[in-house]
Design a protein around this ligand. Sequence first.
Ligand code: AMP
Ligand code: MG
Length: 408
Amino acid sequence: MQPMRRESPYPMVPVDEAQRIITAHATPLGVEVGNSLNAEGRVLAEDIVANTPLPDVPKSAVDGYALRADDGLAARRVVGELTAGGSGQVIVVPGTAARIMTGAPLPSGADAVVMVEQTEEHDGIMRLQQALRAGDSVHTVGQDIASGDLVLAAGTVLGPAEIGLLATIGRVQVRLYRRPVVAVLATGDEVYEPDSAIGPGGIRDSNRYALLAAARAAGCDTISLGIARDDAQVQRQAILDGLVKADVLLTSGGVSMGTRDLIKPLLAELGTVHFGRIAFKPGKPTTFATIGDKLAFGLPGFPVSSLVSFEVFVCPALRRLQGDARPERPMVRVVLAHTVVASPDRPEYQRAIVGWEQRRLMAHSTGAQGSSRLLSLRGANALLLVPGDGRTYAPGTELDALLTGPLQ
Ligand code: AMP
Ligand code: MG
């Protein structure tokens, strides 16, 4: 039997230093050309500049009549009809007007459009109720996008509006950052597949599935490496297999002080461990290593610790790897709805549900904050940053919180 170590050989690094170390190693993986039209969630790797204006010609912004504003309230003879995409051609001379539909190019001679609702037409003569000014209801050249406009900057995450913009300017092929491939390995002799029979003391593998889902939600492709027994050979082989295919390796469990906690020495043997402990709760033993140009995170076994560590340390790195110019979650100031008791020695990221109530952001605790109690993450959309000062924070106190999901 091996003696148990009493103290970790790894110094405890503060949260911001751990984040700095990770950031220094999380540079974008590379760029590929892809179809922009179904690239939602991807990050653009080039500035997109419009090379034609939108609209390209002056167009009618309403259904009505194109006319000359100078003619004032005089009745107009209707000289034709113009539809969007149609081929009709007319010239509007003084005293005339042309029926025009929304999106149809303004005919030559006309400088304004009157809405059909403000007109009458009988026997080819149109009358209007109010005089117009030149430019009324005309959609001018470049009004929506001017030629030379920076439409989207590199580093932008593509959503529905951005895809619409790329479609409208005809940019179907764009340069996109590559999505990271993330491999996730669970460890532990007591850990079982969720759908298999488990023996006494066994525990179902929630971490691997939660981490795979979290990595996908962060925009990554994922590989599941299964569950490795607490055996150095087995875990080494699983890690090596994962690194062949993946850019990032996540392990769960095996990073604490137990005699079967083998991940830290394995990462040190295969690469460089940059830190092995963080002054942080929950998730003190979170470990970060690089193996060649790959990143490896040894996440703690307790389910809350592993997911909170993912959120605080891994997620921003995964976003950086895919070029996201704003990889951090938004930080907001919230008002406590409940008493919060701080840890005496480490800053704690407590799970909370934040909502907009009486014109302020209120934070409701998710209940007991034990690191094995996954229920403390259910519905949580925020991590409250509770300083490690041992104080009791009364309801009504303000604290910073990291918003991890939409407001409730
Ligand atoms: P460890 O860090 O390996 O000592 O694990 C700490 C605690 O987390 C133990 O109670 C484990 O049973 C539990 N645990 C480890 N891996 C998992 C997992 N994949 N899913 C759920 N719980 C786990
Ligand atoms: Mg274990």
